[in-house]
Design a protein around this ligand. Structure first.
Ligand SMILES: *Cc1c(COP(=O)(O)O)cnc(C)c1O
Length: 426
């Protein structure tokens, strides 16, 4: 029943490393080979063997309106007809910037790029340029894209300068990256004692790249205070949580606010877009106004801008969407929890707006080391069985899941029913 996909995967492997253009797609952590997708429609995707899946991945976050939303589709088609790219300013960029800037008190200006990786990389350069400092502080288990200085290994829990987590990244490039345990205030303080050259803290305020693990308010407050006391900037990486955790992302539901926010995923609605945003003082350091250089041939691409613009306007016109999405997320995880309880399977659940997470473990994880204690084998089996029944979950326990506006309660109940069945033999 996966025959065509298995064949397509082996053909892809001949010409593309691992058969994929982004490693997680290869299903390495759950085993098996990935379905090749033919098309999407609303809450569902179809693979090239014509299997139908309820999609909880949504291109890893961007598709909050599901597949083939008519309004977004129409805007993209109309824009495409006028030309794909000009390398010159268009009004679409200003319109999308206005939609974002209007939403946040702490943001005056935004610059668009083409991916989340690029957004974070540029935000860090900006923070270093503004503060004149070199070190950056990140947390174990937070993912900020694959740029050199952010690919550092999990340390021992002690304040430590990061070692590269990939060959090809010189240690010289990561020696300025300090690594800290998520949700560990003591560890954070120690980092600031170890270095007086910290330009910024970069954090996923609601982590979605080690499963769904929110930072505590106290921890974020400590981040804020330590930045202020030491002349460092606080960057919220909201590439995943932006317009997902709430209309204003994590920033909208947390007390602590950042100096710089990065965006991606939902602001492009499935097109390649990233952005970073801050006050006019900080953004004033950016080229051509200031000296911090940053550029992109396809940045602010009109087709991508038009998709993002329609998407954000739809969300803003209907902010109760997030209550509805969260109700569905809760329906799902509570259903999974009951099924797990009925079978004496330990399961931890969580939601934030349209995001959800679940872990096969005894206690709710608060950092990556605790996530690592979860039962990955059980997750792999669960994933595989759900896939066979037509439910497409992220292929790793280190990933969050997403609800789209086109998902119905019936869709979710079908999913819970399948999960209940599977958990009898998990
Ligand atoms: C996805 C993600 C990125 C990287 O974005 P890409 O578009 O894949 O480069 C960065 N930060 C966070 C929090 C993400 O979830």
């Amino acid at each position: 029943m996966f025959d065509n996909s298995v064949k397509a995967y082996s053909e892809a492997c001949n010409v593309i490393p691992g058969g994929v253009d982004s490693p997680v797609r290869a299903f390495k952590s759950v085993g098996g080979t990935p379905p090749f997708i033919a098309r999407g429609e609303g809450a569902f995707m179809y693979d090239i063997d014509d299997n139908k899946y309820l999609d909880f991945v949504q291109s890893w976050g961007p598709l909050i309106f599901g597949h083939c939303d008519k309004d977004i589709e129409e805007a993209v088609i109309q824009t495409v007809k006028k030309g794909l790219s000009f390398g010159a300013p268009t009004e679409l960029e200003t319109s999308l910037a206005n939609e974002i800037v209007d939403m946040f008190d702490n943001i005056d200006k935004v610059r668009f790029v083409s991916s989340g990786t690029e957004a974070v990389m540029s935000a860090i350069r900006l923070a270093r340029g503004v503060t004149g400092k070199d070190d950056i502080l990140k947390f174990e288990g937070c993912y900020h894209g694959h740029s050199d200085s952010l690919l550092v290994q999990a340390g021992s829990g002690m304040a430590t300068f990061g070692a590269p987590s990939s060959p090809g990244v010189p240690a010289d490039l990561t020696k300025h990256t300090l690594l800290c345990e998520y949700n560990n205030i003591e560890n954070l303080k120690k980092c600031f004692e170890d270095s007086n050259d910290i330009a910024c803290i970069i954090i996923e305020p609601i982590a979605g790249n080690m499963g769904l693990v929110p930072a505590s308010e106290e921890f974020l407050k400590a981040c804020r205070e330590l930045c202020d006391a030491n002349g460092a900037l606080l960057i919220f990486d909201e590439v995943m949580t932006g317009f997902r955790a709430s209309l204003k992302g994590a920033s909208g539901i947390l007390q602590t606010q950042a100096d710089i926010i990065t965006f991606g995923k939902v602001i492009g609605a499935g097109m390649p877009v990233g952005a970073f945003a801050s006050s006019k003082e900080i953004m004033g350091h950016l080229s051509p106004d200031g000296a911090v250089y940053q550029a992109g041939t396809l940045s602010g691409n009109p087709v991508a801008m038009s998709a993002g613009l329609v998407s954000l306007r739809k969300l803003k016109a209907n902010p109760s969407i997030y209550e509805d999405l969260n109700a569905k997320a809760l329906r799902l995880v509570n259903g999974l929890k009951s099924a797990a309880n009925a079978n004496n399977i330990p399961l931890q659940i969580n939601t934030r707006g349209s995001m959800f997470g679940f872990f096969f473990c005894e206690e709710e994880p608060t950092n990556i080391k605790e996530v690592a204690k979860c039962d990955f084998q059980r997750f792999g089996k669960f994933h595989h069985e759900m896939l066979k029944r037509g439910f497409y979950f992220a292929c790793s326990q280190y990933e969050a899941g997403f609800i789209s506006t086109v998902m119905t309660d019936e869709n979710i109940d079908d999913c819970i029913k399948a999960a209940s069945d599977i958990m009898k033999n998990l």
